[in-house]
Design a protein around this ligand. Structure first.
Ligand code: SF4
Ligand code: SF4
Length: 136
């Protein structure tokens, strides 16, 4: 059950997470190899506890498809989706959330890595890249 204090704290954290100064832009190439790793093993940049996760599910019912799979060595929550098949495919492909449609995102708040063996490649765009593109 979510109490008022948790509710207010979660709203504050959710708002704060939109003002994180660090943003990374990637150039993305390649394609999906349908291994299903990204549906079976995910991190969140603003959900640190089970309570926060429950609250996010309450706020965004589409997150009910996700569950907490465990924690990594640093104690960060690892999430997975209930709708990925044993073959690594999405069983609700037409209705998959925007975050799945956009994966891997071109612009994110923190530096991130793709799963080993993922068919996509990401290259961080530096400020120098930006200046070079402006000169052309
Ligand atoms: S980890 Fe990469 S290759 Fe595997 S399903 Fe996700 S996007 Fe596709
Ligand atoms: S909704 Fe589909 S694409 Fe999104 S995480 Fe679940 S199985 Fe993967």
């Amino acid at each position: 059950m979510i109490n008022m204090k948790d509710f207010i704290l979660s709203v504050i954290n959710e708002i704060k997470s939109n003002f994180v100064p660090q943003r990374v832009t990637y150039e993305i190439s390649g394609h999906c190899l349908k291994c299903g790793k990204c549906c079976n093993y995910m991190y969140s940049y603003d959900t640190y506890t089970e309570k926060e996760f429950k609250f996010m599910q309450f706020l965004f019912p589409t997150y009910k498809r996700f569950y907490i799979k465990g924690k990594d060595a640093e104690g960060n929550l690892i999430f997975a989706c209930k709708l990925v098949t044993e073959d690594g495919l999405c069983s609700d492909y037409k209705n998959r959330p925007a975050m799945c449609r956009k994966y891997p995102a071109k612009r994110i708040l923190y530096p991130a890595k793709l799963h080993e063996g993922c068919g996509y490649k990401v290259n961080i765009k530096t400020f120098e890249d930006y200046l070079t593109s402006q000169k052309k």
